[in-house]
Design a protein around this ligand. Structure first.
Ligand code: CA
Length: 234
């Protein structure tokens, strides 16, 4: 059965554009342009996921999310304006599953939707600690979160906790370019007060332990944006 997605977004052009793309991908879509109606639909409508804009008439997106979370753990991806860092932090604090900054590439939104839905269906059916699929892969590289273990072609790679978390985040978001801010937020936390180049420093550590040792180009730099692990087989 197709996943049903609710779009709560008052900018009709954006909502329509997302709707067409989602229908093309085989999802069922309902859209709505104000917070209050959106909240009612989300609470009662048997959706698999909600795309929630923050700047909305009626109730704003953060308020919709706060109220929704009292009764529902339905996955929510926030649509935020560029540089609205406080919104992102507040949104994640209030239980958003992910966010995407406008303007975005539709492919990135689709990837995030797939990821959130997959994560959610795993969480529903299989506890992570004994999930045989808990292994993340890219080519010959494997990472097991439950065993806290990274291997390349079977040989183990010793990583520190932070290095492991960074690699884990990149692998979970495989094929998605991750900005430094985003990596910083996921791995060090949004309240991290140190230097933002800590991300670059740890990327260097990872490369010296993986790329340089095994002669591969696992972690790619996207100039001016951040980093990505690409799986050429996907
Ligand atoms: Ca808006």
């Amino acid at each position: 059965m197709a996943d049903r997605i609710l779009i709560i977004e008052d900018e009709e052009k954006i909502a329509r554009f997302i709707e067409l793309e989602l229908i093309h991908e085989g999802y069922e879509v309902v859209k709505c342009g104000d917070g209050r109606t959106g909240l009612e639909l989300a609470e009662g409508g048997d959706f698999s996921l909600v795309l929630l804009d923050i700047m909305l008439p009626g109730l704003n997106g953060l308020e919709v999310l706060r109220r929704l979370r009292k009764s529902s753990d339905i996955p929510v991806i926030l649509l935020t304006a560029r540089d609205a860092v406080m919104d992102k932090v507040a949104g994640l604090d209030q239980g958003a599953d992910d966010y995407i900054t406008k303007p975005f590439a539709i492919e990135e939104l689709l990837a995030r939707i797939r990821l959130v839905l997959r994560r959610r269906s795993h969480a529903d059916h299989e506890p992570a600690h004994n999930d045989p699929d808990d292994m993340l892969r890219c080519g010959e590289l494997t990472l097991s979160e439950s065993h806290h273990e990274v291997k390349y072609a079977g040989s183990e790679i010793e990583l520190t906790g932070r290095e492991f978390d960074l690699l884990n985040t990149l692998l979970i978001n495989k094929n998605i370019v991750m900005s430094r801010d985003r990596l910083l937020g996921s791995v060090w936390g949004y309240d991290y007060m140190g230097e933002t180049n800590v991300v670059d420093v740890y990327i260097r550590y990872l490369r010296s332990k993986i790329d340089e040792v095994f002669g591969i180009n696992l972690i790619q730099t996207v100039r001016g944006v951040g980093y990505v692990i690409r799986d050429e087989n996907e």
